[in-house]
Design a protein around this ligand. Structure first.
Ligand code: ASC
Length: 152
């Protein structure tokens, strides 16, 4: 194997390793980006907890689900207080967030609406409704990521 091939394979391996680690290490982030990441991470335990109950990986506990949904409804608003651009770099947020503000706002509003429906279903205690609403909320997460977040 010649030196050029060895270097190329080395660079490819490094790229793959970065991708496997979430690709975050090389992304420049300023304070707003950091605040977004912190706020998105903070809401994940409640979303995951609901997901386990919805998927039957854990028993559905009505009161536990109600609390998770109510807290999630509040904490899921927080990241959107920090979508200002950073001079240091915007982390995982794609330029589309600021180039197409109306589309981004529409995606945000759709997400908040889906989360509100999930919370209403949770408070009703109807697991059938909850499953549909949880799926819709998850689809809303993904739709926004597909368009506005750097691919992972
Ligand atoms: C998660 C998570 C997301 C959403 C999304 C749902 O658990 O981290 O970003 O759900 O994948 O489709």
């Amino acid at each position: 194997m010649n030196i050029k091939t060895t270097l190329t394979i080395g660079a490819m391996a490094a790229t793959l390793m970065l991708a496997a680690c979430g690709g975050g290490a090389d992304v420049a982030k300023g304070p707003n980006s950091e605040a977004r990441t912190t706020a998105f991470k903070a809401m994940m335990p409640n979303f995951s907890s609901m997901g386990k109950m919805v998927k039957g990986e854990e028993p559905y506990e009505v009161e536990k689900f109600k609390t998770a949904a109510a807290v999630f409804a509040e904490e899921s608003k927080k990241p959107f207080e920090h979508f200002q651009q950073d001079a240091e770099g915007n982390g995982d947020a794609l330029p589309a967030v600021w180039e197409r503000p109306d589309d981004f706002k529409a995606a945000e509003d759709k997400f908040h609406a889906a989360v509100a429906v999930l919370n209403t279903a949770a408070q009703s205690g109807n697991l059938g409704e909850i499953k549909v609403a949880y799926g819709d909320a998850g689809a809303s997460c993904k739709a926004c990521h597909d368009t506005f977040r750097r691919p992972k």
